[in-house]
Design a protein around this ligand. Sequence first.
Ligand SMILES: [Zn+2]
Length: 228
Amino acid sequence: MRTLSLMIAALAILAGCQAKEDKVIAITFDDGPNVTTTVKMLDMLEKHGVTASFFVNGMHINEESAKVMKRAYDMGCDIENHSYSHLAMSGLSEEELIKEIESTSALIEKYTGEAPQFFRPPYIDCNQKMMETIPLTFICGHGCEDWLPEVSAQERARRQIEAAVDGRIMLLHDMPGNDNTVEALDIIIPELKKQGYRFVTISELFKLKNEPLTPHSCIMYSVVPEQQ
Ligand SMILES: [Zn+2]
C-alpha cells in the first residue's frame, strides 16, 4: 500500500515537473494578409516546423491574399481579427465598431471556414466601449518596434528573446517589406527552442493554460494567464 502511495506521489511529482518544463510561446503577426511578406513568414515557420497566429485586416483580404491566408490556416495557424480598416477605434460608434469586426470575421470565415475568437486593436488603441461591444477576446502582446526600419533583425530578435517567458504572446508584423522580421524569426525560433520553448497558436495557448475566453471583459492579454 505504502509502495503504491509512494509510486503515485513520485508520478505526481514527475507530472508536475513535466508540466513546468512545457514552456510555450505564441508568435503572432499583425496587418496581413499579403502575397509577399506573409508568404515569407509562412516559409520561415515551415522551415522551423512551427505554427503562429495571424491577426488580419479585412481591407487586405482579396482573392490572391486569401490564398495565402488559407495556406496559413491549412498549416495549422490561427487566423484572427485585427479590424477591417486598421483605424484607431476608440473614437468609433458602437455601430461602426460592429461593422469593422463583423465584416472582417465574415471574410475570415468565408475563406478558412472558421470564425475568429480573438481580436487585437490596431495601435492597441482601446477603451471600455470597445471591450463591451466587440464579442472577442482581446490580445495585446510583447512588441519589439518591428515596424521601424532602423530596428535591425538582430535587435528585434534580441528584444523578443529577452522578453521570453512561459505563456508569452509575441507581437510581430507581416506587413509588406518587413523582411527584418522574417530574418529575426530565423534567430528567435531556434534560440527559444534551445531554451526549451514550444510554439503554439493563440487558441492552443488558452486551451493549454486552461484560460477561458473572455469577451466583454476588461482583460487584454500579453501573457496567458495574465500576470500583474
Ligand atoms: Zn496593426
